[in-house]
Design a protein around this ligand. Structure first.
Ligand code: UDX
Length: 442
């Protein structure tokens, strides 16, 4: 099939690469000329394991190309994938201006029957608006089909090649079948449904996963108070197949380009039809409070943070990505600075992106984990990069002024501290080497 992918961001680029690997002729379109130039040079604009190799291989074989010319790409294509961004407006609603603009340009360029597949995450009813917009610029027949994308950053290539399911929302069975055929090699688990349900499946899935995270984080907070261990609790819960073990890792909360944006958008979608989505509002509140839990614990230990040196390990919103969008680290580092601390920060690959979002003279940007720990009164681990878990705690101890470690991702097991005097605070697990109150009999 000849495919044009509009928007070479995370979803568009990975989708384009995947479809070209399956033997389709794909052109990725983006307005960002610098991005197109980099892609043409065989360089991926995002850090995603396996992506650069596939870009080079598929482009070299002639299956994948890049252009800024949307009209020409649309004219050549049988199927157009809409994968432009839908960022948050200040109200929480999704900003549909890129979608609208792309729909106008697709409509203007139409020269025959085409299927338009929407992969961007869009509020319920948007695909109907996309259809109306395109129709107002062309008399050629076309279908709009909703195919929400569930890939995760850091494992986007694997997720795209091995999806749990493909959801197809369509009002024309023939178009649905054509799109199903395109995905058949990836999975046989294909759900064909109506467009509005497909749009809702994406928001509901992300909101549910965010709910699981906030739920386990609240359980963690209670565990800390009653002396239970949340990792054991999650293990025991997760073995119930009705619950499942995924997304039950307690920590400093979720970030990234999807969960924060999509939860806010769904609250707004509900609000627009006079429904108060109380549960999801609490999920968002819990997530916000979870981030400041680190600061609260630090202050419990150190008193005022003013003049203290705090090492920060990890800035990306999760490992294997250089993405810092809505990362807990942004709130935590800025709060530390506001409270007068000096921050020594290190991330294996996300520092440059972080500095574009937040920079301050009192943040020392370090080249490695041990350098960040030098002279620190406390260390906060915010992203579970594998290299942190491999640290020799004896060597780390020697670098630090005080042996205080706040593990925001529950990376370390207590046995790791057997030979050290570290005071270790994690999320929802018993603290180590802290004064323990004597048990009071019933
Ligand atoms: C998410 C969805 O998983 C994906 O289906 C959708 O298409 C886009 O949004 P992504 O944001 O890339 O993907 O990352 P994900 O792995 O889902 O993690 C999101 C956030 O939740 C991260 O900050 C992560 O640290 C946090 N998280 C995840 C937890 O705090 N605990 C968990 O158990 C799982």
């Amino acid at each position: 099939m000849k495919i044009a992918v509009v928007g070479a961001g995370y979803v568009g680029l990975v989708t384009g690469v995947c479809f070209s690997s399956l033997g389709n002729e794909v052109v990725c379109v983006d307005k960002d000329e610098e991005k197109i130039a980099r892609l043409r040079g065989g360089e991926s604009p995002i850090h995603e394991p396996g992506l650069t190799d596939l870009i080079r291989r598929n482009a070299g074989a002639g299956w994948l190309s890049f252009t800024g010319d949307l009209a020409e790409a649309v004219r050549q294509a049988e199927l157009i994938v809409l994968a432009v961004g839908t960022p948050s407006l200040p109200s929480g609603e999704a900003d549909l201006s890129y979608i609208r603009q792309a729909a106008v340009e697709i409509g203007e360029a139409m020269n025959g029957y085409k299927i338009v597949v929407t992969k961007s995450t869009v509020p319920v009813g948007t695909n109907e608006k996309i259809k109306a917009t395109i129709a107002s610029f062309t008399s050629h027949p076309f279908d709009v089909v909703s195919v929400p994308e569930f890939l995760r950053e850091g494992s986007a290539v694997i997720d795209t090649f091995h999806p749990d399911r493909i959801v197809i929302g369509a009002d024309n069975p023939a178009a649905a079948d054509a799109v199903a055929e395109l995905h058949r090699e990836l999975t046989l688990n294909i759900l064909i449904t109506d467009i509005r349900s497909a749009e809702m499946i994406k928001y509901a899935s992300n909101a549910f996963l965010a709910t699981k995270i906030s739920f386990i984080n609240e359980i963690a907070n209670i565990c800390e108070k009653v002396g239970a261990d949340v990792t054991q609790v999650a293990l025991g819960m997760g073995q119930d197949r009705r619950i499942g073990s995924a997304f039950l890792s307690a920590g400093i909360g979720y970030g990234g380009s999807c969960f924060p944006k999509d939860t806010r958008a769904l609250i707004q979608i509900a609000g627009n039809v006079d429904y108060d989505f109380k549960l999801l509002k609490s999920v968002v509140d819990v997530n916000r409070d979870q981030r400041t839990g680190v600061i609260r614990k630090l202050e419990e230990f150190t008193g005022s943070l003013s003049g203290r040196t705090i090492a920060v390990w990890g800035l990306a919103f999760k490992p294997n990505t250089d993405d810092v969008r809505e990362a807990p680290s942004l709130d935590i580092v800025s709060e530390l600075i506001d409270r007068g601390a000096v921050v020594r920060a290190y991330d294996p690959i996300a520092t440059d992106n972080f500095r574009r979002m937040y920079d301050h003279p009192l943040v020392v940007w370090c080249e490695n984990a041990l350098e960040a720990a030098e002279g620190a009164d406390a260390l906060c681990l915010l992203t579970e990069w594998p290299e942190f878990a491999e640290t020799d705690l004896g060597v780390l101890r020697a670098k630090m002024k005080e042996p205080v470690l706040f593990d925001g991702r529950n990376v370390f097991g207590k046995e790791a501290f057997a030979l050290t005097d570290f005071r270790y605070y994690s999320v929802g697990r018993p603290h180590l080497n802290r004064y323990r109150e004597a048990s009071i009999p019933l």
